[in-house]
Write a protein that binds this ligand. Structure first.
Ligand SMILES: NC(=O)c1ccc[n+]([C@@H]2O[C@H](COP(=O)([O-])OP(=O)(O)OC[C@H]3O[C@@H](n4cnc5c(N)ncnc54)[C@H](OP(=O)(O)O)[C@@H]3O)[C@@H](O)[C@H]2O)c1
Length: 236
């Protein structure tokens, strides 16, 4: 991976894929700014990263984050919109709250950060990148996570608009994963059913997303596109 003196901003680095991305950049000598909501006691392995506590459901926290970045950084190598919440319509949370949270975390936050930080991206000496981590469900919808799927569809669509707005100084792409890794609480029945939805029938792990991010950052030419990491769900 090409090195950069400007940092990559990643949202939601507290665990799993966001954490793995943060570790990957640190390992390759690329500065990282990571936002987190929960500290799981594992940040000692993210030495050198600028870790910023930020509850992205709080507009005040988002405003502080933007202010911090504009005051303290002259350029950005990229932004990876990874932070995500997965609230089901069956959760008991009132529908208007589910919809507003899903839209905020997956669409409102990336929209505001992309607009507010576009000059920092343009200041990167080489092409900068925005990567939206979307979801395979955008293609299919989801009867159990309707607002989640709609909000990820909004994020995928913004890939087109921001790619057009920010070219040629910043490429904007999305990654659309399906099952990448299980949660510890997923039981055997759920695991078997989920694995059987793809033709590859594996959980590839965070490394699969890291590799896709690496590819997008290395590309000189790909913008406004969605990279599918779904084990062939569409041909099942
Ligand atoms: N894992 C998969 O199989 C899979 C499949 C399809 C798509 N994806 C997408 O890939 C990305 C990473 O997946 P993942 O499984 O690593 O996600 P995850 O385990 O759910 O982690 C998401 C991160 O976002 C943070 N976050 C959630 N709400 C937040 C808020 N209001 N403010 C600030 N941070 C917040 C979480 O913080 P807390 O720890 O505080 O909750 C967590 O660190 C997500 O965009 C997800 O939609 C993943």
């Amino acid at each position: 991976m090409a090195t950069s003196s400007n940092p990559v901003l990643i949202t939601g680095v507290g665990k799993r894929i966001g954490y793995a991305l943060c570790q990957y950049f640190i390992h390759h000598g690329i500065p990282v700014i990571g936002t987190y909501r929960t500290d799981y006691g594992t940040f000692d392995k993210l030495i050198g990263a600028d870790l910023i506590h930020c509850d992205l459901y709080q507009q005040q926290d988002l405003d502080h984050l933007i202010d911090h970045l504009i005051r303290n950084y002259r350029g950005l190598r990229g932004i990876i919109h990874n932070a995500s919440d997965w609230v089901a319509e069956s959760s008991g949370v009132p529908p208007q709250e589910i919809f507003s949270k899903m839209m905020q975390i997956h669409a409102g936050v990336p929209y505001q950060l992309n607009l507010a930080l576009q000059d920092l991206l343009a200041n990167n000496s080489k092409t900068a990148d925005i990567i939206h981590i979307s979801d395979y469900v955008v293609e299919k919808g989801s009867a159990k996570h309707i607002a989640y799927a709609a909000s990820k569809a909004a994020l995928s669509n913004m890939t087109l608009s921001f790619a057009s707005l920010l070219a040629p100084h910043t490429k904007v792409n999305a990654i659309a994963p399906s099952l990448i890794m299980f949660n510890p609480e997923d039981d055997e029945a759920y695991r078997a059913k989920a694995l059987n939805k793809s033709v590859m029938k594996i959980t590839p792990g965070a490394e699969e997303v890291v590799n896709a991010v690496d590819y997008l950052l290395e590309s000189q030419y790909m913008t406004g596109r969605i990279l599918s990491l779904d084990g062939g769900r569409h041909i099942r």
